[in-house]
Write a protein that binds this ligand. Sequence first.
Ligand SMILES: Cc1ncc(C[n+]2csc(CCOP(=O)(O)OP(=O)(O)O)c2C)c(N)n1
Ligand SMILES: [Mg+2]
Length: 646
Amino acid sequence: MAKRRHTLDSSRRNFLKSATLVGAATIAAPAATKAQVAAPRTSLKALPPGPRQIAVETQPPTKDPVNQSSSGGDFMVDVLKTLDIDYLAMNCASSFRGLHEAVVNYGNNVKPEILTCPHEEIAVHMGQGYAKMEGKPLAMICHGVVGLQHATMAMYNAWCDRVPVVCMGGNIIEANKRAPGAEWVHSAIDIGAITRDFVKWDDQPTSLQHFAESAVRAYKIATTPPMGPVLLSLDAELQENPISDAESLRIPKFTKVTPPQGDSGAIAEAAKLLVEAENPVIAVDRMARTPAGMGRLVELAEALQCPVIDLWGRMNFPSRHPLNQTFRRGPLLAQADVILAIEANDLWGLLNHFSDRIVRTSRPAIKKTAKTITLGVRDLYLKSNYQDFGRWQDADLAIAGDGEASLPALTEAVKRLANDSRKTAYGERGKKLASAHLAMVERAKSDATLGWDASPITTARMCAEVYAQIKDEDWSLVGNTIRNTWPHRLWNMDKPHSWNGVSGGAGVGYNAPASLGAALANKRHGRLTVTFNGDGDLMFVPNTLWTAAHHRIPILYIVHNNRAYHQEYMYLQAMAARHGRGIENTKIGTTITDPNVDYATVARGFGVHGEGPITDPNDLAPVLKRAIAAVKSGQPALVDVVTDPR
Ligand SMILES: Cc1ncc(C[n+]2csc(CCOP(=O)(O)OP(=O)(O)O)c2C)c(N)n1
Ligand SMILES: [Mg+2]
């Protein structure tokens, strides 16, 4: 239990005092006098008073309200410090000016340190990318109602991706404390209502003690699998007013919840099915929560010599491991007799083929007799409105338990059960899989040479050129909007930080800021962070680049510039073909041309090293070298690569 006194040093007290005196002088002056000073007389005479002016003038003059030596915000900072929260991402606003001031003055802008974000979506997405790389959440705060509305898309991505972000929103709960105008339109009786369908928990504390308990509870709930974003609505008065009951305040102790392991009987049953299977398959999505996850899956797969299909929700399995059979998903699932799906969000999507290009059609991807085992926390928590859970899929054995936490017991059970004859069979299976893996890698290399010298540049060439420049560094790929997955086919991804998953909610606008959040986590480790960023994605929040420059976060953005929302362009072409109307008009509303965007200039405008547009593939190497040198010197850099396929 931690108890704290909330006293301030004399310099801060003096500051507050003088600030208060200035404030008091201003407040004491009648409103009309202030207006006259601020605006020419003529305009005052010419214009009738607006509603806001009337409201201010009819208010009684306020007394000097404070000469305080502490604020509720100070206590909130102490609570955030006990939770080991390193960053507070925000776009500043008056509804949390109390906490903001306490962070920079009382907390010295350390733990949390403020990350200035020009859009609330950036703040949340940075938290999403950061948490997946760092293994713990950061906090973000936004202006209740308006800032929160901007934050929602990113909160939804984090929710679908099961990633913790501690979100907070300022609010002014008491009606008689709201200034006329903006403070009314920015307040709500329940700001959390906007996001309640896609946060794991939310609260609106009404006292500092309530805040302390709710903040610790929010952190605990957010970081317990299945993880997710949480929201606290923070009353402005609570942040700004002096602490009246310092002696009785108590910061609760945070105890990390041990992730649940699958039931031992069910684990034994799963092990039996896997050991006896002739053609087992492991499919894995959001499994590796910590750097230990990948090694645990390798151990299970090797014990069985079982193929692994990685759905890339996290860095689950090394790309060059002989048992990595991700690109043989179709034939392997078709012949599988036992399928173990670990932390798979959409089981139906995994086990069925679905085409939505022309007419929506589907068919099973597995044999009727195949036995399906699920292991994960998906079944433990579900909400109703947003349909992120996918279609119903029958399973033969459903084990509720955290995938990463349950793997050692499963592997141990498998090793116990596998006799010599099974081990011999596994050896044979492993050899076949290893040669299929090698063939897969060779095929990828040969596919990548198609159009090698083409201009605009092929995505394969772009990925190969980037890899050639980074492969000997401690690199970390933190985003990829290239749908044909070249990095996963061509690169040797063998470290827990080689990759950190995808958006979760497929909400475009994730990649640029989430990559930056991951880069922030990587900075401490001196890793070279790289991301492939679609031009469409970058157009949502290009100002992310300013945050990168402002906070000196080293990251290499490679803009995959096909000058289009290309996925949608292809959809539209398919639609036009289906309706027999030709594809001439399908660029309308789907392309990002006329004018072409010069992303290097945009980057430079935000203070980021910018290169491009690069249209000749032979220019890539020297340009990448320069950009990487900038990143290694601690700066963000961007290379605009024109991959326009039309
Ligand atoms: C917030 C949001 N708006 C729109 C979409 C629809 N959408 C899906 S992919 C895509 C194109 C994204 O463009 P870009 O990042 O350039 O990738 P490209 O398809 O060109 O490779 C769009 C608009 C979405 N998924 N999310
Ligand atoms: Mg594009």
